[in-house]
Design a protein around this ligand. Structure first.
Ligand code: FES
Length: 156
């Protein structure tokens, strides 16, 4: 099971209402499995006392939750103001032109995925991104393509 019983209990004990524990429990499941498996959705719904559809609805709202197995190389490009003004949109467009993979998509072979996220608190490195959960920037189209193709440019 994705949810460690002791950690689950500790999270539930932090909140007066079990429903409030939904997000951290989902996070626990994602950290355990790399993504939110359907059985995690079922378990969390039961633990916090809501319908599974409500958990699915929450998952669809927050971009930090993965509902598919993660790609080998994950690029998350910030699209908030500072990064947008410094070319994040152009980077995403170039990635799509060169690879055929747009925001929210995974390469057919599962080698990489591209996502957009809101501000990751690295505005001074705009346009910034997370690559396999590690922040880096400023990002350029060529650097982004290099990271996605496994040709270098990854954060140190
Ligand atoms: S706006 Fe992109 S990191 Fe803050």
């Amino acid at each position: 099971m994705a949810l460690d019983p002791a950690e689950t209990r500790a999270i539930l004990d932090l909140y007066p209402s079990p429903r409030s524990a939904m997000l951290p429990l989902l996070w626990l499941g994602q950290n355990s499995d790399g993504w939110i498996k359907p059985e995690t959705v079922t378990a969390v719904a039961q633990l916090v006392g809501v319908e599974e559809s409500e958990v699915v609805s929450v998952l669809s709202f927050y971009t930090m939750y993965r509902t598919q197995p993660p790609a080998q190389r994950r690029l998350q490009v910030c699209r908030s103001l500072a990064c947008a003004m410094r070319g994040a949109g152009e980077i995403l467009e170039r990635i799509r032109e060169e690879t055929g993979v747009g925001p929210g998509e995974t390469a057919p072979d599962g080698a990489f995925s591209v996502e957009v996220v809101e501000c990751i608190a690295a505005c001074d490195h705009a346009p910034a991104c997370l690559f396999n959960e590690r922040m880096t920037g400023p990002l350029t189209p060529n650097r982004a393509l290099g990271m996605l193709r496994g040709e270098g440019g990854e954060p140190e």
